[in-house]
Design a protein around this ligand. Sequence first.
Ligand SMILES: Cc1cc2nc3c(=O)[nH]c(=O)nc-3n(C[C@H](O)[C@H](O)[C@H](O)COP(=O)(O)OP(=O)(O)OC[C@H]3O[C@@H](n4cnc5c(N)ncnc54)[C@H](O)[C@@H]3O)c2cc1C
Length: 466
Amino acid sequence: MFGISKLLIIWHALWAYLLIPNKEVALTEVDTDAIYGMQSRVRSLFPVMTEQSDYFSNYKLNLYRAECPLWDNDNAMCSSQGCAVDTLGENEVPNIWKQLSEFEQPSKKNEKECNWEHDSKLDYCYLDEVSSGQECVYVSLVGNPERFTGYSGDHTATIWRTIYEQNCFVIDDDESSQEKSKRDSFYKPGMYPFQLTPKEDDIISVSPSIACQEKRMLNKIISGFHASISSHICENYYDAERNRWTRNLECWLAKVGNYPERIENIFFNYALLHQAFVKIADQLEDMEYNNNTFCPDNLAIDARTKLAFDNLAFQSQQDRKVIMSSKLFSDEESQRFKETFRRHFHDISRIMDCVGCDKCRLWGKLQMTGYGTALKLLLESETHLSDLRPSEIVALVNTFDRIAHSVQSSFWFQLRRRADLSVKFLQYVIALSFKAPMREILSFFTEQLWYIFYAILYICNVPRLI
Ligand SMILES: Cc1cc2nc3c(=O)[nH]c(=O)nc-3n(C[C@H](O)[C@H](O)[C@H](O)COP(=O)(O)OP(=O)(O)OC[C@H]3O[C@@H](n4cnc5c(N)ncnc54)[C@H](O)[C@@H]3O)c2cc1C
């Protein structure tokens, strides 16, 4: 019947069909395949930090008392059970975080290394510790995973719209599109668009030809952040009918998969965080900065966490030039634009305090801090690892973990879509060619094909092979 050569042809055709097409990632030096490869090299390191170490699996933030700059948020809170956050009681706060909290106050000890206010002019983000002192709560990130919460509707639409319309840049040089985006904006009574300071509203910020690449970068980061949140919602979706958590392909297609530019922006954000870790690796090579400690109470955990952190940086260093950060803000006009860029990013980070769902706000704030920290490392040459606040380092690692998950999900969901289409096609052919009961038997086996494909791809670790 089938010779070995025919089987090989079918096998190769199957691979060619299943492999996700490779694409360039705009504003980077790499393509999607390279990013799959980079991600698969480091993905086993994340759980060692984000799940197994107290340092990286907890976070301190002002979750409930920060002021929303857009509107009075009192009546906008999501009452869904999924939105609730379990905060840590005083006895539950891990020792390392108690020590970090003391550490955060410059007056107490080690003033030289922890003078956080000193660098605040370099911040791209609004940071709680600096401005809100005692209002913060401690939360376990493992105990409050980012997933579907049911938060949606006019309120979320208005927040995203405000972010895109008021704070992202119009790059299209067609004036009418700028006018149109202003005309289409809508705000519910009592909700006011965020007012940019007049200083910002200058020619540099609106002129499409100035700092075009940098403006595009900000838009890509925000869209990638949004697409990544959507991926996590669909990856951990609550199916009320079956009363279980599941992956939801339709959800992913509707929010991310049907928009290639959103998938690309997830990859861009991965590249950005990767590049920030290349910079960290360069600094770690210099022993002066390589004195991080993540768990002074337990030397074994400290060593394991430090090894994972260093490995994450040194593995990233293998692909050194992913985003040419030295080319960004390099000419005089774009240098002048940098302050506007920073303020826009800062304003978006403040909008996170308007999010009406506690769990969404927690992860929104953390990830904006993560991206802000990456930008600070990449765009402010004088920023060193030792200048970063603990909450910035924790946010950076967790944001990298989140975006790595989104890269993985995009692979999984695209594969699933192809497998589903193949199964539907085969079932159609079977329905035309066979009668019951053979039709039902073959149809059942066809449905299992997906699991066989997936098992093979998983065993072969395909993202690494591509
Ligand atoms: C900061 C923040 C964090 C959130 N976290 C969570 C969470 O953890 N869990 C949860 O269940 N919900 C969360 N939400 C709500 C969630 O993001 C969606 O708003 C909600 O699921 C409704 O989705 P939607 O399909 O109506 O479109 P939305 O995601 O609300 O999108 C609104 C509009 O923005 C545009 N858009 C969508 N994606 C992109 C993109 N990637 N790039 C550019 N434009 C885009 C589209 O035109 C879309 O119609 C969060 C919301 C915010 C603002």
